[in-house]
Design a protein around this ligand. Structure first.
Ligand code: GDP
Ligand code: MG
Length: 602
C-alpha cells in the first residue's frame, strides 16, 4: 500500500459508549472477521472479557475498498476508563485521526470531554460519531447540540450510527478515509521504526508493536535499538489482522508487530526507535512518563514464592509501563514490592492479571497516595536545614515534631450529570473536601461541574457513591492538579499493644477519628476469633482514637458432631486447614491475607 492509501486512527469514547462494538463491526465490514460476531475481538485479555472493559489499547489492520481503490486502515482500540488515559495518549501518538464516539442516549460524559481534549491537543482529525441511535430513548439532536456547544464542532460533521446493527458504519469508514490525513512517511528513506507497545507472550517471548515511520523492515534484517545500541535480528514481523499474521515485511506508514530474539523483557522499551544496523536515524520523540497516583505494597502469600512473583511482576510491567516498582520489606509480610499505579482500577487489574496470567498469589496492602512533607531538625538532615521528602509508604513518615509542612496531591475533577442531582452532587463534593470551581449547563438539562479534590478523597469509593446518588447518571473524570498544603496525621493500628506497620495510614486530620473507627471495626470483622482475646486500637500520636475487642474463642469445628460420622469430621478438619492457608501470622495473631486491602472498604 502506498502511504496515500493508509490511515492510522483510533476510537475514543466514554466507557460503554460502544468502542469495542464499533471495532468489531469495522473488522466485519472489511471481511477481517466473519459476520454475526459479537465477541469484542480486540478485548484479548481474560480480565477484559470478564470485566467487559478494555484495558490495553489494541491494534488491528483492515483493508477496505473506497471508490475502486483498496485502503489499509490501522485501527487502534483504546480503553475508556480514567485510569488508562496513559494508554489512550500513547496510542494517539501512532494516529492521525480519531473517531470520537458518543452514546446518543447518555450524551456527552466526563471521559468524552477528557478524551476530546487529548485528541484536540495532539492536533488530530476528529470525526464525531453518535452511536446507539437504534435505542428508543436516543436523543441524537440534543447530543449533537452538546457536542456543538462544548467542542465547537459543526453539527453537519456529526455521523449518526448504530454499531450494534451496523447502520451507518460504512459512512464511518468513508469519513476515516476522507477526513483523516495519510501518514507523512517516506519508504525510500532509511528505516525508522517506533515501538509504541510491547509485552511478554508466554509462548513467543517479547513482542513489540511497531509503527514504521520511514523505510522498510524485513524479516531476517539486523536492526539497532537507538537507546541501548544493541543489535537484534527480526525473527518475525507482520500485521495484526486482527491477530498476528506474519507478512515478512512492514513498510513506512504501517503498524504491526515484530519479534526480535530479545532475551530480557526490559529490552523492548516503549517509545524507543529502531533503525537498520549502521544506518542511524534521528530517534522519534519518546513518551512522557506516566505519573503513578496510587501506591500499595505487594507481597507473595508465601515467602518462598518471592522469585516467581518477581519474574511475574517484571513481565507484567513490560506490558504496562505505567506501573512503578520499588523493592520493599515488611516485618510481617517479608520481602515484596511497593508498586505505583495510575488508579485503583489499574491496581485491581494488575493484581488480577498477576494471578490469572502468571499464577502468582499475592497479598496487597491498603492503597495510599504519595504525600510530600518538608522535614526540619532531624539529625540526619545535612546542615540542620530543611528537606522536601515524598512519602510513598505511610509507616515511613517521620515524627510529626520534625515536619514543618505537609502537602497532599490534588486532582481537577469533571462531573457531568442531569440537573435533578445538583444538590446531592454538591453535598458529596463538599463532604469529600472538594472545592467547586465552576458549574455550567451544557444543554438545558445537564450540568458540568469542575471540582478540585484531594486525590485521597476520591480514591476508594467516590465513584460508586456518585453513581448511587445520581441513579447512575453522573459521570466523572479527573486529571492531576499538583500538590496543596494540608494538615495530615499518621494513623497507627495496634493488635494487643503491638504496632502493625503494614496497617499504618496517613490521613487528613478531620478524617482521623472516623477512619480509626472504621478500620478497627473492619479488623474486628475480618480477624477470626482466636484462643486468646485481641485488642484492636487506632492511635494518632500515641492517643487512642478507637478501640475494639475480639473475644477469645476455641474454634473446634467438630464439636457439633458428637463423635458421630468420621468422614464428616475429616471433611470439616480439612476445611479448617484450608482456611488456615489464607491466614498470615502477625506476631502470634492470625490475620486473613486480604485484611490489608479490605480495611479501607466501607
Ligand atoms: P466500550 O466500553 O466503549 O468498548 O463499549 P462496548 O462496545 O463494550 O459496548 C457497551 C454496550 O453497549 C454493549 O452492551 C453493547 O452491546 C452496547 N452497544 C454498543 N453499540 C450499540 C448500539 O449501536 N446500539 C445498542 N442498542 N447497543 C449498543
Ligand atoms: Mg471496550
Amino acid at each position: 500500500f502506498p502511504v496515500e492509501r493508509i490511515r492510522n486512527f483510533s476510537i475514543i469514547a466514554h466507557v460503554d459508549h460502544g468502542k469495542s462494538t464499533l471495532a468489531d463491526r469495522l473488522l466485519e465490514i472489511s471481511g477481517t472477521i466473519p459476520e454475526g460476531n459479537n465477541m469484542q475481538v480486540l478485548d484479548r485479555l481474560q480480565v477484559e472479557r470478564e470485566r467487559g472493559i478494555t484495558v490495553k489499547a489494541q491494534t488491528a489492520s483492515l483493508v477496505v475498498n473506497h471508490k475502486g481503490q483498496d485502503f489499509l486502515l490501522n485501527l487502534i482500540d483504546t480503553p475508556g476508563h480514567v485510569d488508562f488515559h496513559y494508554e489512550v495518549s500513547r496510542s494517539l501518538a501512532a494516529c492521525h485521526g480519531v473517531i470520537l464516539l458518543v452514546d446518543a442516549n447518555q450524551g456527552v460524559q466526563a471521559q468524552t470531554v477528557a478524551n476530546f481534549y487529548l485528541a484536540f491537543e495532539s492536533e488530530l482529525a476528529i470525526i464525531p460519531v453518535l452511536n446507539k441511535i437504534d435505542l428508543k430513548n436516543a436523543q441524537p439532536d440534543i447530543v449533537a447540540n452538546q457536542i456543538h456547544n462544548l467542542f465547537d464542532i459543526d453539527k453537519d460533521e456529526i455521523l449518526k450510527i448504530s454499531a450494534k446493527s451496523g447502520l451507518g458504519v460504512a459512512d464511518v469508514i468513508e469519513a476515516v478515509i476522507e477526513r483523516v490525513p495519510c501518514p507523512q512517511y517516506d519508504r525510500n528513506k532509511p528505516l525508522r521504526a517506533f515501538v509504541f507497545d510491547s509485552w511478554y507472550d508466554k509462548f513467543k517471548g517479547v513482542v513489540a508493536h511497531v509503527a514504521i515511520c520511514d523505510g522498510v523492515a524485513r524479516k531476517g534484517e539486523k536492526i539497532t535499538c537507538a537507546s541501548s545500541q544493541k543489535v537484534y535480528e527480526i525473527t518475525e514481523i507482520g500485521l495484526m489482522y486482527p491477530t498476528q499474521v506474519p507478512s515478512g515485511a512492514l513498510f513506512a506508514g504501517q503498524v504491526g508487530y515484530a519479534m526480535m530474539n530479545m532475551r530480557n523483557t526490559s529490552e523492548a522499551q516503549i517509545g524507543d526507535t529502531f533503525y537498520h544496523e549502521n544506518q542511524p536515524v534521528e530517534p522519534m520523540p519518546g513518551f512522557k512518563e506516566a505519573t503513578p497516583m496510587v501506591f500499595a505494597g505487594m507481597f507473595p502469600t508465601d515467602q518462598s514464592e518471592f522469585p516467581q512473583m518477581r519474574s511475574a511482576i517484571e513481565k507484567l510491567t513490560l506490558n504496562d509501563r505505567s506501573v512503578q516498582i520499588k523493592v520493599d520489606n515488611s516485618p510481617a509480610l517479608g520481602q515484596g514490592y511497593r508498586l505505583g499505579f495510575l488508579g485503583l482500577l489499574h491496581m485491581d487489574v494488575f493484581n488480577q492479571r498477576l494471578e490469572q496470567e502468571f499464577d502468582a498469589s499475592v497479598i496487597v496492602t491498603a492503597p495510599n497516595v504519595a504525600y510530600q512533607m518538608t522535614v526540619t531538625g532531624e539529625k540526619n538532615i545535612k546542615y540542620y536545614g530543611s528537606e522536601d521528602i515524598t512519602v510513598l509508604n505511610p509507616c515511613l513518615m517521620p515524627e510529626p515534631s520534625n515536619i514543618a509542612e505537609y502537602r497532599e496531591p490534588m486532582v481537577k475533577g469533571t462531573i457531568i450529570s442531569p440537573d435533578d442531582y445538583i444538590n446531592q452532587i454538591t453535598g458529596l463534593c463538599l463532604d469529600r473536601r472538594g472545592r467547586i470551581t465552576d458549574q455550567s449547563y451544557i444543554d438545558d438539562k445537564r450540568v458540568m461541574f469542575q471540582v478540585n479534590f484531594p486525590l485521597a478523597e476520591i480514591l476508594v469509593d467516590f465513584f460508586d457513591e456518585l453513581k448511587s446518588i445520581s441513579s447512575g447518571y453522573a459521570s466523572f473524570d479527573y486529571e492531576d492538579a499538583g500538590y496543596e498544603i494540608s494538615d495530615l496525621v499518621k494513623l497507627e493500628f495496634y493488635l494487643n499493644g503491638k504496632d502493625v506497620e503494614e496497617l499504618t495510614l496517613i490521613c487528613h486530620v478531620s478524617r482521623a477519628r472516623d477512619l480509626a473507627r472504621q478500620v478497627c471495626l473492619k479488623l474486628k470483622d475480618t480477624i477470626p476469633r482466636q484462643q486468646f482475646a485481641i485488642s484492636v486500637q487506632g492511635k494518632v500520636n500515641a492517643k487512642v482514637l478507637a478501640r475494639e475487642d475480639i473475644k477469645a474463642y476455641r474454634k473446634d469445628v467438630t464439636a457439633k458432631c458428637y463423635g458421630g460420622d468420621i468422614s464428616r469430621k475429616r471433611k470439616l478438619l480439612k476445611q479448617q486447614a484450608e482456611g488456615k492457608k489464607r491466614l498470615r501470622k502477625i506476631g502470634n495473631i492470625d490475620v486473613p491475607k486480604d485484611t490489608f486491602i479490605q480495611i479501607l472498604k466501607k
